[in-house]
Design a protein around this ligand. Sequence first.
Ligand SMILES: Nc1ncnc2c1ncn2[C@@H]1O[C@H](COP(=O)(O)OP(=O)(O)OP(=O)(O)O)[C@@H](O)[C@H]1O
Ligand SMILES: [Mg+2]
Length: 329
Amino acid sequence: MNKIATAEETILEIKDLKLWYKVYKGYSKVLDGVNLTVRKGEKVGIVGEAGCGKTTTVKSILGIIPEKQYLIPGGEIFYKGKDVLTMSEKQINEIRSGEISMIYQEPSAALNPVFTIGQQMMDVVRFSAQGKGKDKKERKKMVLQAIQDVFIPDPERIFHFYPNQLSGGMKQRICIAMAIMTQRDLMIADEPGTALDVTIQDQVHKTLNSLVEKRNMSLIMITHSLGVARELTDSINVMYAGNVVESAITSEVFKHTLHPYTKGLMEAVPRLAGGGIQSGIYGSIPDYLYPPRGCRFAPRCPRATKECTEKKPELIDVGDRHKAACFHI
Ligand SMILES: Nc1ncnc2c1ncn2[C@@H]1O[C@H](COP(=O)(O)OP(=O)(O)OP(=O)(O)O)[C@@H](O)[C@H]1O
Ligand SMILES: [Mg+2]
């Protein structure tokens, strides 16, 4: 069922978010006005090539980039109607511990090697709203149930394991278990399964998908792959060099692709029937220290004109909740 049609309540709205990293040579102007909406119960994909700012976007929602490293020259991030960028540390902590959970891109980095899986998961419960007032036995029951929910057999044994005793796929599933252990309204999954082989990746995606649906959570799913997004999301945001360049209901992105970058991404997928990659996209993401003045995709775009190199195209609504940022659509 298409969640967009049924759920109108917006849970997260990012408006024109700009984020610059402070680097040795000046400011690396990574996010250039990101717009993104997540509705209640909706599964939203963010798709784009490496370095286009996907992780930066979701990290800014939770305020987890160290303060000294960046500057936000403009934009707003409304979570349930309140701008997280103006919240106190205490308010953001409440959101982190009770409202939004995040599965990080790299599971090994998210788990502490010197504590057992059980110790780490018990801590997550202890500091969550659901764990408050529960005794140790009840909290352990929650942990074992979460391990079981991600289809890992023998949770009691895994509880006493250290991270290095688990395979990559198991670690990733433990990270998912940690993220779903307590009831949250929004789950952010940053390429869950990138480092895994395809069969395990598929299992991880399916596990995540069914849990999110069962609990009626909203999901932001980051992926390099349009194929993964097609299977798992209700709507897709295509990002290029710090901008959302196209946004639509998932089926619409494939049926009526508008932006030249999205078209390039589609053509970069090898055909199963043979013939290899059709054409793809030449070149690479721009240098964020000196980004192009107009459309950031213009230097790589087959349709670019003089206007594109001078003016930035806004993300405009072209109907049916389909938006694109291009002068030539
Ligand atoms: N702390 C930081 N300081 C300076 N630059 C950073 C920092 N973190 C990320 N960047 C840069 O910001 C850009 C966007 O990075 P980000 O991790 O958001 O991309 P991504 O789309 O998630 O890429 P990937 O698909 O490889 O995970 C990259 O050029 C990256 O090098
Ligand atoms: Mg990333």
